[in-house]
Design a binder for this molecule. Sequence first.
Ligand SMILES: Nc1ncnc2c1ncn2[C@@H]1O[C@H](COP(=O)(O)OP(=O)(O)OP(=O)(O)O)[C@@H](O)[C@H]1O
Ligand SMILES: [Mg+2]
Length: 225
Amino acid sequence: MNDVILSATGLGKTYYLENETIDVLEGIDLEVSKGSFVVILGPSGSGKSTLLHIISGLDRPTAGRVVFDSTDITAHDDQRLSQIRNKKMGFVFQFHHLLAEFTCLENVALPALVNGIAPLEAYGRAQDLLDKFNIGDKKNRLPDEISGGERQRVAIARSMINDPLIVFADEPTGNLDEANTRKLLEVFGGLRSEGRTVVLVTHSLDIAGVGTHVYRLKERRLYAL
Ligand SMILES: Nc1ncnc2c1ncn2[C@@H]1O[C@H](COP(=O)(O)OP(=O)(O)OP(=O)(O)O)[C@@H](O)[C@H]1O
Ligand SMILES: [Mg+2]
C-alpha cells in the first residue's frame, strides 16, 4: 500500500544499565497512513517517548525495523538519519529543547537555516509561525524570558518550519491552557488536511478524541482502541 508513510514491525527496546536490563517495548507493529492523526495513549513510564524516538529515528530499537517514506531508516547511519529528520520530519519534544542563547525567532528559524534556506525566507517563515501561535510579539526574547506554555508554542512552531511530511509530538499540550490546546489541535488538524501526518503521544485521554487512529501502550505492547 503506497499511502503508508511509516511502518514499524516487531519493534522491541531494552535499556541495558549496569546492573539492570529494562524491557520497555516488545513486538510492536504500527502502520501510519498519510494524512492520519495517530494518538498513542499510555501512563507515565509506559514507553511513549521511547517509542516516539524510535519511530522518528532519534533512537534505535533493539529489535525490529522502521520504514519511513519507503526507506528502512533503521538501516541508515546517524548522518543520513539526521538529514531525513531535518528535511521531512518535525519533532515537538516532551521537554522543549530550545537553545537558551538564541531568541525565539532564531530558535524557530534554525532548522530551516541548517537546511540551506536563505535567511530572509527562513526568518519570514519563522515570523509567520510565531504569529500563528500568538507569540509573534515575543520573537526577540530568549526562551528563559517567556512562560512554559509560550516555550511549548515556540517548540511547536519550530517543528513546522521545514514543511514536514510528518510531525511527531511528545505530550505537546502539557504546558498549554485550554485555548492554546484547542489551537494546537486545530493546527495539527490543519496539517492533516494538507496531507501531512501527525503522531502524538500523551497520557491525556481528552486528546484521544481528535485522533483518526488511537492506540494504547500497555505492558510493552501496543493495542488499537
Ligand atoms: N535512557 C534510558 N535508560 C534506561 N531506562 C530508560 C531510559 N529512558 C527511559 N527509560 C525507562 O523506560 C521506561 C519508559 O520510559 P519513557 O520515557 O519512554 O516513558 P513515557 O511513557 O514517555 O513516560 P512519561 O509519560 O513520564 O514521559 C521507563 O521505565 C523509564 O524509566
Ligand atoms: Mg515521555
